[in-house]
Design a binder for this molecule. Structure first.
Ligand SMILES: [Zn+2]
Length: 363
C-alpha cells in the first residue's frame, strides 16, 4: 500500500510499504479522509511545540517512519480476533490517546485517565496511508448523518469538549475566546450549546472573525484593529469575562500570538474567573503568578479527552448542534496531496484556511 513516511523534519515522502498486519482486538481499516492536526503540521515543519523532542528522537533513530494522522474517518474492512463493538463496513473515528492497560489506573477501571499508553500517530502509525490497523478500544462509530469530512474533525472536537467541560461554565456565564483557529471555533460552538451567555471571540484574521460570527459568537473582535482586552471589558460591564479560553498562543512563525495571549487572558478575565489554557507554547515562559493569586484567578488546563467525549461529539455534529462543515475550507483529493495539506495547515493564515486541510485518501 501507499504510505507517507518521514525521513526528517520537512522531509516526508510517499512510499510503497507492506500492508499492516491485523492483530487481536484491532481492526483493519481503509482510510477515507485524514487531516494533519495543527500540532502535527508544526512538528513536520520542525517547529518546537508539544512532543517536539519525542518526534525528533524518533526521526533520528527510526527514519523513515510513519508519523502523525490521528484525525481521520476510516471504514472497517476486516475485524481482528475478539472485536465485538464493530462490523465490517462501519465508519469510525478515534480517540488518539490509548490506555496502557497495565498501570494502577488502568487496572482499577480508570483507563480513561491513563497517560502512559501510546498515542496514534506519535507512537503508533496513524492514517497518512491507504490502510491502518487500529485498536478497537480507541474507536467510536460515526453516525450516518455525519460526512466523512466532518468525521475527520471529531477527534479535535472531542478535545474541545473536554476543554469546555474543564471550564465548568454555568448557564449564562460570559465567555471570551482568544484565537479562532479550529479549536477556538470548536470551543465557541461547544460553549454555546453548553449554556454560555454572551460569547466574545478574538482573532487577527477577518475570515476567522467572520466564521466565528457565523457559528454563533455574539461579538468577534479583530485584534489588529481593536484592543481585545478593552473590548471584552466593555462588553462585560467592565468586569471581564467569567471564562476565557486561551486558544491563540504558540509560535509566531506560524502566525500565532506567542505568549502575549496569556497576558491578555489574565487582563480579560474577571476576578475569581477562569482561564482555560488550550494553546501549546513549545517552551517555558514567565508569568506574574502573584497577580493571579491577588485576583483569585484559576488558570486551568483541559482534562484529557475520553471516548465518552468523542461519543458526545458524534451526537453534537449528527444533530447539527455543532457545525463542522463551514470550517472545512480546503479538501484535497488523493493521497499524493498529503504534503500540500501539511503546508496549508502549518500556514493557515497564508492560505485563508480555517480547519486543517483535509485529504480524501479513498477516491
Ligand atoms: Zn494505564
Amino acid at each position: 500500500m501507499k504510505a507517507w513516511r518521514f525521513y526528517g523534519f520537512r522531509d516526508l515522502r510517499l512510499d510503497e510499504v507492506p500492508m499492516p498486519v491485523l492483530r487481536p482486538r484491532h481492526v483493519l481499516a481503509q482510510v477515507l479522509v485524514v487531516q494533519p492536526s495543527v500540532t502535527e503540521a508544526q512538528l513536520a515543519a520542525g517547529v518546537r511545540t508539544l512532543a517536539y523532542d519525542k518526534i525528533k528522537q524518533r526521526l533520528e533513530t527510526e527514519a523513515p517512519v510513519q508519523l502523525f494522522g490521528h484525525e481521520f474517518c476510516v471504514r472497517i474492512v476486516e475485524l481482528g480476533e475478539g472485536v465485538t463493538r464493530f462490523k465490517v463496513g462501519d465508519r469510525v473515528a478515534a480517540r488518539a490517546k490509548l490506555p496502557c492497560e497495565a498501570c494502577p489506573l488502568c487496572e482499577s477501571g480508570r483507563g480513561h485517565l491513563c497517560r502512559k499508553g501510546p498515542i496514534i500517530g506519535f507512537q503508533l502509525p496513524g492514517c497518512f496511508c491507504e490502510y491502518a490497523v487500529l485498536p478497537e478500544i480507541a474507536l467510536t462509530l460515526v453516525d450516518d448523518r455525519i460526512s466523512d469530512n466532518e468525521a475527520a474533525c471529531l477527534q479535535s472536537l472531542s478535545d474541545s469538549v473536554a476543554s469546555v467541560e474543564t471550564a465548568e461554565l454555568k448557564i449564562g456565564n460570559s465567555v471570551a475566546i482568544l484565537g479562532q483557529g479550529s479549536m477556538g471555533l470548536e470551543c465557541l460552538q461547544v460553549a454555546r450549546v453548553s449554556g454560555a451567555g454572551r460569547i466574545i471571540t478574538v482573532d487577527v484574521r477577518d475570515e476567522a472573525c467572520a466564521m466565528s460570527l457565523e457559528l454563533g459568537a455574539d461579538y468577534a473582535i479583530n485584534a489588529t484593529r481593536e484592543d481585545p482586552v478593552a473590548a471584552i471589558r466593555a462588553l462585560t460591564q467592565g468586569n471581564g469575562a467569567d471564562i476565557v479560553f486561551e486558544c491563540a498562543g504558540g509560535s509566531p512563525t506560524q502566525g500565532l500570538a506567542g505568549v502575549k495571549s496569556v497576558t491578555q487572558a489574565v487582563d480579560a478575565v474577571r476576578s475569581g474567573g477562569k482561564i482555560v489554557g488550550v494553546s501549546w507554547f513549545g517552551s517555558p515562559f514567565e508569568l506574574d503568578v502573584d497577580l493571579l493569586r491577588e485576583r483569585s484567578l484559576r488558570y486551568v488546563f483541559p482534562d484529557i479527552s475520553t471516548l465518552e467525549h468523542l461519543q458526545h461529539t458524534v451526537n453534537l455534529v449528527a444533530s447539527g448542534r455543532v457545525r463542522m462543515k463551514p470550517t472545512i475550507t480546503h479538501v484535497l483529493d488523493g493521497i499524493e496531496n498529503v504534503a500540500q495539506a501539511f503546508e496549508i495547515t502549518a500556514n493557515k493564515g497564508k492560505y485563508k484556511a480555517i480547519n486543517p486541510a483535509q485529504v480524501r485518501i479513498a477516491i
